[in-house]
Design a protein around this ligand. Sequence first.
Ligand code: F0G
Length: 460
Amino acid sequence: MEEEPFRTIIEPFRIHSVEPLRMTTRAERREHLGAAAYNLFQLRAEHVLIDLLTDSGTGAMSRDQWAAIQHGDESYAGSPSFYVFVDAVRELFPFEHVIPVHQGRAAEKILFTALGGPGRIVPNNTHFDTTRANVEATGARAVDLVIAEGRDPLSEHPFKGNMDLEALDALLAEHAASVPCVMVTITNNSGGGQPVSLANLQGVREVCDRYDTPLFLDACRFAENAWFIHEREEGQGERDVADIVRDMAALADGMTMSAKKDPMGNIGGWLAMRDDDLAQACRTQLILTEGFPTYGGLAGRDLEALAQGLREVVQHDYLRYRIRSTAYLGEALQRIGVPVLRPIGGHAVYLDARGLAPHLDPLEYPGQSVAVALYEAGGIRSCEIGTVMFGRQPDGSEAPSSMDLVRLAIPRRTYTQSHIDYVIEVCARVAADAASLPGYRITAEPPSLRHFTAAFEPLR
Ligand code: F0G
């Protein structure tokens, strides 16, 4: 008989090199908040104790990635590092054309420069903020078609990132000629880090085929998405995650990628596709803004680190730990009564700020208020994903976003369980005093992507 497995899922690594954390007092943090105009993006990182602003580019690289960096070949054209990179990408995403870029939004900018334009419409389950901005910058319209459960913070649907296939079909029936591509974001970051099922992706593919429309993946967190498929989708539990990734790739015509997420890089990305003409248009644009097609804004050593990261991220021990440790934080918060978006996402826990501070109107930015309070109380930096991020409409008006969330994003392989236990304690203290949280107003903002630079003021 097999022994009962141990319940504790440990970090599947030990620490090889350490970075100091920087402690501050509450009085110092109040001062830093004032100097940053209550915008956490404006803080200096050394004033942050636990940085959960993003999981993007903030992970720890492995010994083998640092070793790979030593293999970096910095030739301007035709570097061997490029071929190492392309082979590693194609091992999982066998697209004909793989075009490196410096990060995900560069891939978006190049793709939508080729495909966007006034009158065009790009559907997605939920556009990430830079994806939406890059679509809209061309004059095209970005439309979010996630299933209804994906907008309900309490729905337990196992694949809340799924596309609403009927809505997609209806959009294409009316506007197919104006839709240059359909995008699916895996996992659905702006909707809570929720996965998309293989069955749903197959459904999207069928709808796209009916209207002869290409399908692109925004695949930043593809391995986490594949792990959820492995854990939750019927018939997938015995399969290798890498095979599930290849199935997802086979359903698409191309992809954009921020390699600062699942590929475990501190910088990097790529754009890939099957279509030769589109690839040529994209490479022409690439040379204008990123660099020659065999390095695309990256150093040869970055390409080597990403190739190794891609091999590590599909390992089951890593993914089991990754998804379990995010759930550990989410479940602990739920147990102490902090409202969190359910089910717990892959890369982050999303606090439901409207649920936590129901006395605040969405236009008083409850997410911003909770995020500021977490920093003031315990030096934790998180990110508002709500009305600050999405409330400004293309016509200049302001409307509440569908949810007001605060994202605690977990950098990969970076914090230990005791760091996370501290985060739980700080959240408990903020939640206990939530009724006294002030609303905020914006005193200055740029015309788009305002969350990065807007200035705020508490309402009392
Ligand atoms: N798509 C998704 C789903 C993302 O989450 C991001 C970045 C991008 C595209 C753009 O990639 O940053 O490399 O240019 N998300 C980060 C975050 C910034 O914090 O969620 P990038």
